[in-house]
Design a protein around this ligand. Structure first.
Ligand code: ARG
Length: 459
């Protein structure tokens, strides 16, 4: 006798091979065997406490489930697609091992609440992993921020030079973004950590189960209150994938900058050889493939988000087989995001930045124009007028192809008598960052404050 589907007694024929192959999900949900066994163990413990199965039967089932766990993880029990899904595979093996008692495992349970539970247990585990990896990336960023806290670089808007900033400030901006990603994950965790177990196929059960008890055994913070919602909802999964999408968007921005900075034009970042690749044709090439791949892999995660949103769109309550496709998207999004977080941390850890690359070049550069505007404002010139005056100075410099500190005070005074010789000490990149006064600015004191804050927080 071969594999018997869990549901086949009402049928005269067994499922056609190609239909079984098409509908089998074991190559995907096989990944959930640990969660499936954990869920089943909690269920069995609840069944015996409620006297729905006999004392002693639980021991037999629990022991066999642990054996099956070992059989699967060692590869002894193959994830054969003919077994339809991970739930069927495990239940079949259980009955093979302990006979009739094994047939009690599925009492007061459906695969609908079972898979919803497995997925939530998986999400709990993976959310914790994602948070850990995001923290590690923050640590890599923080270490570089410390290392380069005196390095001055151009800050950009529209990828045009805007104002000088400390490179540490730039890196700290990413730490703040990733912090919000962690907050989003923590928030998602609250909603993921509710048990659907005991919802049955859709409407609950006539048997005297204790849902709170099995939820507690699984370390979950209560049960989902509506049995239809418990089996039909996938919004928390969508929330997790959207959280991953936002993290990937952040990673793509960082990756893009790393790619730009490592170009000869920027000549600012150097990646370790162990994180760079060459060209099969051009012997001189050293390419930033890791950062490029992170940037490219965003497509997978955004794809997963739209994939699952589309699977769920307009599905009538409660369970529909369409929903089996959810795991493809969930796993893709989570695995890709974890990989990208990890590789970006590693890439950064081994990256070098050219401390002296910009400093001289920025002294007197037009990106100090705003400092001149503020100078005039301090002399009581209305801001809009001051902006206009400095605009004229910029035009003269552009015409003569000189820097702001190469224009004579006489020329300055021709545009406005308010300019005095003291403007020249404002016209260095260092003076510009040092003169910043506002909270959260790029001034060395403010950056030091941020560094301290994150050092405390991230440890
Ligand atoms: N493999 C199924 C899934 O992942 C498990 C639930 C099956 N339920 C059902 N009624 N066919 O969605």
């Amino acid at each position: 006798m071969g594999f018997m589907a869990l549901w086949d007694s009402r049928f005269k024929k067994s499922l056609a091979d190609n239909a079984l192959k098409f509908s089998s999900s074991i190559n995907i949900d096989g990944k959930l065997f640990n969660e499936d066994i954990d869920g089943s163990k909690a269920h069995v413990n609840m069944l015996v406490k409620q006297k729905i199965i006999l004392a002693g039967e639980d021991k037999l089932i629990l022991k066999a489930l642990e054996e099956i766990r070992k059989e699967i993880s060692s590869g002894k029990l193959k994830l054969d697609w003919r077994k339809e899904d991970i739930h069927s595979l495990i239940e079949n093996r259980l009955v093979e091992k302990i006979g009739e008692t094994g047939k009690k495992l599925h009492t007061a349970r459906s695969r609908n609440d079972q898979i919803a539970l497995d997925e939530r247990l998986y999400m709990k585990k993976e959310i914790a992993q994602l948070i850990k990896l995001t923290r590690t990336l923050q640590k890599s960023l923080l270490k570089k921020a410390e290392q380069y806290k005196n390095t001055i670089v151009p800050g950009y808007t529209h990828l045009q030079r805007a104002q000088p900033i400390l490179f540490a400030h730039h890196l700290l901006a990413y730490i703040s973004m990733f912090e919000r990603d962690i907050e989003r994950l923590n928030d998602c965790m609250k909603r993921a950590n509710k048990s659907p177990l005991g919802a049955g196929a859709l409407s609950g059960t006539t048997l005297p189960i204790d849902r709170s008890y099995s939820a507690k055994l699984l370390g979950m913070n209560g049960v989902l209150e509506n049995s239809l919602d418990a089996v039909a909802g996938r919004d928390v999964m969508i929330e997790l994938i959207s959280s991953c999408s936002i993290t990937m968007m952040h990673l793509s921005r960082l990756s893009e900058e790393l790619v730009l900075w490592s170009s000869q034009e920027f000549s600012f970042a150097q990646f370790d050889d162990s994180f760079s690749t060459g060209s099969s044709l051009m012997p001189q090439k050293k390419n930033p493939d890791i950062a490029e791949l992170v940037r490219g892999k965003v497509g997978r995660v955004y794809g997963s988000l739209f994939g699952l949103l589309t699977v769920m769109k307009a599905l009538p309550l409660a369970y529909n087989r369409d929903m089996q496709e959810d795991k493809v998207h969930l796993f893709e999004a989570v695995d890709t995001t974890k990989d990208c977080l990890h590789l970006t941390s590693e890439l950064l850890k081994h990256a070098h930045f050219n401390k002296k690359r910009f400093e001289k070049e920025l002294n007197g550069d037009l990106l100090l124009s705003t400092d001149l505007v503020d100078y005039l404002v301090r002399k009581n010139v209305p801001f809009r007028k001051a902006h206009n005056i400095v605009g004229k100075i910029v035009a003269v410099c552009v015409d003569q192809n000189i820097k702001l500190n190469q224009l004579s005070i006489t020329e300055y005074k021709k545009v406005s008598p308010k300019f005095e010789n003291d403007i020249f000490k404002l016209l260095t990149a260092l003076a510009s960052v040092k003169n910043k006064k506002s909270q959260g600015s790029t001034s060395p004191q403010e950056v030091e404050k941020q560094l301290k804050y994150w050092k405390n927080k991230i440890k």
